[in-house]
Write a protein that binds this ligand. Structure first.
Ligand code: ZN
Length: 456
C-alpha cells in the first residue's frame, strides 16, 4: 500500500495555470507525488495515511526552484564589496583558481543547506573553475546535493579564453577547449538522469562571452544537443560585457549568442540585464529562458533586468540566487521580494510585478527554465510532491491577511516543513538531512584554507 501524507487546514497557493488558491485547504501526498488537493479538510477515509499534519496558520506552496548559482563562492563571501562585475571577477579569479575537491564539497553543503532551509526543493549550480589537479569538483557538489536530499541540476561550466587570448580570466584559471568539451561530455554520460522524477540532471554551461572562445560556445551547443541536455550560460549582465562583445564580435551579446547556436527552448541564461527590444524579441521567438538574479545585479551594480517586458513577451523567467560572492545571503526566498521591489524601481513602476507573479517566478517559472514544468513548479495532482509549508502566524506575518503577500513582501517566513518528492528535508526551520553547525564549521575551515593558499 502506498504511504500517504495528509496536510490540511492551511492556505494553498497552487501556482497552477489559473493561479488557483484556497484560503483553507488540504493536500494528499502518495509516495513521491501529489495525489489530490482542494478546499476544506481532506477526505476522512484514506488508506495508508502515515502522517496527518494540521497546518493551521501556514501557507503551502510549490518548493522554490533556483536557476542560477555558483556553490564554490560560499568560501569567498564578503570580498570586493564595492566592485562592479569585471573588477570583482579580476579580484576573485586568483583565489578561485586555488579551490580543490574538499573545498567545493564543503562550499556546496553550505550553499545547499542555506537554500534548502529556506524552501528550495530544486537547486542548480553552475561550476566553471576547474584548476588542474583539484580533484572531482563536479562530483563533490553532486555528492553534497545527494547528502542534503535536494533535486539538482549541475551545469558543467568551463572557461578557455585566458588573458593572453583576449579574455578576462587569467591564463592559469582556464582549461583547454578540447579538455573542457571532453570533461563536459564525460559529466553528462556519467551523471545525467533523464528519467521522470529525476533528482540529478546535467547541463552544458560555458561561462560567459568574455571567458569562453567562440569555438567552445559552438561546440558546447552541438554537444548538448547531441546528448539531449540543456544549455546554460551568463548573458547581457553588464554594459562592459556589451562593450566587449561589440568590440570583439561587432554585435551585442544576444546576436553573438544566436550566431553560435545559443538561443533556443533548451537554453537558459543568467541575468539578461542589458537587453534591447530586438534582444527580447529574439528570446521570445526562440523561447530562450532567463534566470533573473535581482540581488546579485544590485550588489554588482549591473542594472535592472526588464522582467515585466520579458513576461509580457512570453519569455520563460525563473529566479536565481547567483553565487554567494555577489549575493551573500545565499537564499532564494528573499529573491521573490527583491524581484518585486527592484523591478518597481524600473520603468513599469508599481505595475512591474505583483506578489503572485513574484511567487510564480520562484516556482513555476524556475521549473520552466529548467525544462521540468511538467513535473515540478506547481501543486497539481500527479506532479512530484515538492511542497513547502511556510509559517505565517508568527510575529513577522500574523497581521498580513493575504498569505502570498505575507510570503513575498514580509520578512523571510520560517519553513515548518519542506518535502522533496514527498520526503521531508526540513522540519521546523532545521535541516533533517545534515547538521547545520557541522556544515558551518567545515565551510569555515575550508574558507580559511583557501584564503591561506591564495596568499601563499
Ligand atoms: Zn553567475
Amino acid at each position: 500500500m502506498t504511504a500517504r501524507t495528509v496536510i490540511e487546514n492551511c492556505a494553498i497557493a497552487t501556482v497552477d495555470a489559473d493561479d488557483t488558491e484556497h484560503a483553507s485547504g488540504h493536500l494528499v501526498i502518495a509516495g513521491d507525488r501529489i495525489e489530490s488537493l482542494g478546499p476544506g479538510p481532506a477526505p476522512r477515509h484514506l488508506d495508508g495515511v502515515t502522517r496527518r499534519i494540521d497546518a493551521a496558520g501556514h501557507l503551502a506552496t510549490p518548493g522554490l526552484v533556483n536557476t542560477h548559482h555558483h556553490f564554490y563562492q560560499w568560501l569567498t563571501r564578503g570580498l570586493a564589496q564595492n566592485a562592479g562585475l569585471f573588477d570583482w571577477l579580476v579580484a576573485l579569479y586568483p583565489i578561485w583558481a586555488r579551490i580543490d575537491e574538499p573545498m567545493v564539497h564543503a562550499a556546496a553543503r553550505g550553499s545547499l543547506a542555506m537554500m534548502v532551509r529556506g524552501g528550495v526543493t530544486t537547486a542548480m549550480d553552475h561550476h566553471y573553475v576547474f584548476p588542474r589537479g583539484a580533484g572531482d569538483l563536479l562530483g563533490a557538489e553532486i555528492r553534497a546535493a545527494r547528502e542534503i536530499g535536494v533535486r539538482f541540476t549541475a551545469a558543467r561550466g568551463s572557461m578557455d579564453l585566458g588573458t593572453t587570448a583576449g579574455g578576462l580570466p587569467p591564463d592559469f584559471a582556464v582549461e583547454t577547449t578540447d579538455g573542457a568539451l571532453a570533461a563536459t561530455e564525460d559529466a553528462v554520460r556519467t551523471h545525467h538522469d533523464p528519467a521522470p522524477g529525476s533528482l540529478l540532471q546535467i547541463a552544458v554551461a560555458p561561462c560567459s562571452p568574455f571567458s569562453v572562445s567562440t569555438e567552445l560556445l559552438r561546440e558546447g551547443a552541438a554537444l548538448a544537443r547531441r546528448l539531449g541536455v540543456r544549455l546554460h550560460t551568463h548573458g547581457s549582465e553588464t554594459v562592459e560585457e556589451e562593450k566587449y562583445c561589440q568590440e570583439t564580435h561587432g554585435c551585442g551579446p544576444t546576436a553573438y549568442f544566436e550566431s553560435t547556436g545559443w538561443l533556443g527552448e533548451d537554453v537558459w541564461m543568467a541575468h539578461c540585464v542589458h537587453m534591447t527590444d530586438d534582444d527580447l524579441a529574439a528570446f521570445a521567438r526562440t523561447a530562450t529562458g532567463v534566470a533573473h538574479c535581482p540581488s546579485s545585479n544590485a550588489r554588482l551594480a549591473a542594472g535592472i533586468a526588464r522582467v515585466p517586458d520579458m513576461l509580457a513577451a512570453g519569455i520563460p523567467v525563473g529566479l536565481g540566487v547567483d553565487g554567494t560572492a555577489s549575493n551573500e545571503s545565499g537564499e532564494l526566498h528573499t529573491e521573490l521580494r527583491n524581484a518585486l521591489l527592484i523591478n518597481r524601481l524600473g520603468r513599469h513602476r508599481e505595475h512591474a510585478l505583483t506578489a503572485r507573479q513574484a511567487l510564480r517566478l520562484g516556482t513555476h517559472g524556475g521549473a520552466r527554465v529548467l525544462g521540468r514544468e511538467r513535473e515540478i513548479g506547481s501543486l497539481e495532482p500527479g506532479k512530484l510532491a515538492d511542497v513547502v509549508l511556510w509559517r505565517l502566524d508568527g510575529l513577522a506575518h500574523s497581521t498580513i491577511a493575504d498569505p502570498v503577500a505575507a510570503l513575498v513582501l514580509g520578512a523571510p517566513a520560517p519553513v515548518t516543513l519542506s518535502l522533496v518528492g514527498g520526503v521531508p528535508v526540513v522540519e521546523h526551520g532545521r535541516l533533517l538531512t545534515a547538521d547545520e553547525e557541522a556544515i558551518a564549521r567545515a565551510a569555515r575551515a575550508q574558507a580559511r584554507r583557501l584564503a591561506e593558499l591564495a596568499e601563499s
